[in-house]
Design a protein around this ligand. Structure first.
Ligand code: PEP
Length: 250
């Protein structure tokens, strides 16, 4: 899977225009899933552009209730009506800037699954945590709490994005070895929790300063199943990433 997180970038008309560029440039890339995640207010216009293409629509967040007094929030059913198929949950910017807890993220992951949306569930350690040797501890807590109460059948539908916080938007990418080591840890943990077959079925993406220059080395690693891309998804470099994936997958 290749997923572009556009974050708070591009107005609806800019998003529509760029989606149109991507539809043309990415036609024919059918050996993996391609998602783009524009801002909420651009989803409808982007949907019109991508509706008969191989590009799928993702949202950057959602709330876990159906409707009601939750000012500023968006419900899964509202996203589904716009043909959104996946939703990014627990992104480190949501965790840090908006104070989202593992418990809240768990509720959102469960709700997304219940509504038939694919959760792209983000985890990752900060630089300080890595320097203190806490990376695996942090990942284990985020996984156990974020997936709490989710059964084996459902967990197969969850996409996990390992995004070391120190690599997001910094230009400092994890080395292929660092990324593989974390992905392997996540897969082994899933194997302990759900069994080896389930663990192997879960898609685990790497995210954090992915560019066409560094992606090949990451994507050839055995436990890296694709990428969640921020900055490089806002430009034509997203197409270059797709080309690299296609070359490796064959
Ligand atoms: C992200 O925000 O999910 C991300 C990975 O950003 P960037 O690629 O810009 O580091």
């Amino acid at each position: 899977m290749l997923a572009g997180n556009w974050k708070m970038n591009k107005t609806p008309s800019e998003a529509q225009l760029f989606a149109n560029t991507l539809v043309n440039a990415l036609a024919g890339f059918n050996s993996f899933d391609i998602y783009i995640a524009p801002v909420f207010v651009a989803l409808d216009r982007v949907r019109e552009v991508v509706s008969s293409s191989n590009i799928k629509l993702a949202a950057q967040n959602m709330y876990y209730e159906d409707s009601g007094a939750f000012t500023g929030e968006v419900a899964p059913k509202m996203l589904k009506e716009l043909k959104v198929e996946a939703v990014i949950l627990g992104h480190s910017e949501r965790r840090k800037i908006f104070g989202e807890s593992d418990e809240l993220i768990n509720k959102k992951v469960k709700k997304a699954l219940a509504e038939g949306l694919t959760p792209i569930f983000c985890i990752g350690e900060t630089l300080e945590e890595r320097q203190k040797g806490l990376t695996f501890c942090v990942l284990e807590k985020q996984i156990r709490e974020g997936l709490n109460g989710i059964n084996a059948e459902d967990v197969k539908k969850v996409v996990i994005a390992y995004e070391p916080v120190w690599a997001i938007g910094t230009g400092v990418v994890a080395t292929p070895q660092q990324a593989q080591e974390a992905h392997e840890f996540v897969r082994e943990l899933l194997s302990k929790m759900y069994g080896i077959d389930i663990a192997e079925a879960v898609t685990i993406l790497y995210g954090g300063s992915v560019t066409p220059e560094n992606f090949f080395g990451l994507f050839i690693k055995p436990d890296i199943d694709g990428a969640l891309v921020g900055g490089a998804s806002l430009k034509e470099s997203f197409v270059e990433l797709a080309k690299i994936m296609a070359k490796i997958i064959g």
